[in-house]
Ligand binder design. Structure first.
Ligand code: UFG
Length: 337
């Protein structure tokens, strides 16, 4: 069974990728420092509890499990926090990736699928956004991912590491089987907050900005189901194993939904009137982010299966309506294995 090192494999998207890898016959080896990831999310292979700051730990994990390729999710990813503390973002994201690439080159590992982001584009000049759109990030988080993409070009040229940078739009939803899901602390993302408000787990949802130049005045995003993202990573890995060349590729649906449309979807799915508060715009939020998704379809044969808004919201509701003790029990049972 081919072992794949999944950095950030205890995190939100990384753990869903582990599940998809395992179903496809790979052994996902989660490499995670558990700073934001969760032990209970590692269910489909071993956990290497380590930090990318420790290059020797990365080399050890690669050698111990005879890793054949890497999926790289481990990163600090809160845009707002990156505006307040850019230092840790550059250290963790750029410095961590540098160590990972050095360890890969040392061990002769030549394939990498990178979790990248539409935040590397900055303010969109044209919608939908194509991969050749200028990359001018407006926050340190996006800047670190752009720096990583640029590093990869040199590791390809010098060390022959082929890579795919998958630029996600808005990751959302949860595993349809309810085994894993989104658990950020604190939570800042729209869909989990809206779902938690509908389930009575928080008082209300604040809508950030109602005066955007969009059809209903609220900001528009391209939401992609996290399992669809995970499947795109698997397709990307297969592309690289088949000898495919290095490339950056959007992961989105090409359809945008406004904040109010998300609110209506949550109300529809939960049959609850959502308590909302209208608020000022959140600094740094572009009015609209929508992907041109054609390249992923042509290159990887990837088509989102679960990314219609109601499925995203329903799976998120399924996950968030599980009580916290259930998740703690899950963690306990994994530790007992
Ligand atoms: N929003 C609200 N209320 C909330 C939270 C969010 O109205 O309580 C709005 C935001 O203002 C935004 C939309 O809902 O217009 C989506 O916000 P999210 O925080 O869910 O997601 P973002 O679009 O801000 O961020 C996502 C990813 C980032 C990535 C970014 C690219 O989470 O990692 O897209 O812009 F960098």
């Amino acid at each position: 069974m081919s072992a794949i090192l999944v950095t950030g494999g205890a995190g939100y998207v990384g753990s869903h990728a582990c599940k998809v890898l395992s179903a496809a016959g790979f052994l996902p080896v989660a490499f995670d420092n558990l700073s934001t990831g969760h032990r209970w999310a590692v269910q489909w292979g071993p956990l290497e509890h380590g930090d990318l700051a420790d290059v020797e730990a990365v080399r050890r994990a690669i050698r111990r499990h005879r890793v054949e390729a890497v999926m790289h999710f481990a990163a600090s990813s809160d845009v707002g926090e990156s505006m307040r503390q850019p230092g840790p973002y550059f250290r963790n994201n750029v410095g961590g990736t540098l160590n990972l690439l050095e360890a890969m080159a040392d061990c002769g590992i030549r394939r990498l699928v990178l979790s990248s982001t539409c935040a590397s584009y900055g303010l969109p000049q044209v919608i939908p956004i194509r991969e050749d759109h200028p990359q001018q990030p407006i926050n340190p988080y996006g800047e670190t991912k752009l720096a990583i993409e640029r590093m990869l070009r040199w590791w390809d040229q010098v060390h022959g590491i082929s890579w795919l940078a998958l630029r996600y739009f808005n990751a959302a939803g949860a595993d349809p089987d309810g085994e894993i899901g989104e658990a950020h602390e604190p939570e800042t993302h729209l869909i989990p907050i809206a779902v938690q408000a509908a389930l009575g787990q928080r008082e209300n949802l604040g809508i950030f900005g109602t005066d955007y130049p969009t059809p209903d005045g609220t900001a528009v995003r391209d939401y992609v189901h996290v399992t669809d993202l995970a499947e795109a990573h698997l397709a990307g890995l297969r592309h690289l194993f088949a000898g495919g060349g290095s490339l950056a590729c959007n992961l989105g649906t090409g359809r945008g939904h406004s904040v109010r449309e998300v609110v209506r979807a949550v109300e529809r799915v939960t049959r609850t009137a959502l308590p909302i508060r209208l608020m000022a715009r959140r600094p740094g939020d572009p009015p609209q982010l929508v992907a041109e998704p054609r390249l992923a379809s042509e290159l990887l044969g990837w088509r989102p299966r679960l990314s219609d808004l109601d499925t995203i919201v329903a799976t998120a509701c399924g996950w968030h309506s599980k009580s916290r003790p259930t998740r703690r029990q899950a963690a306990h049972s994994i530790q007992m294995k």
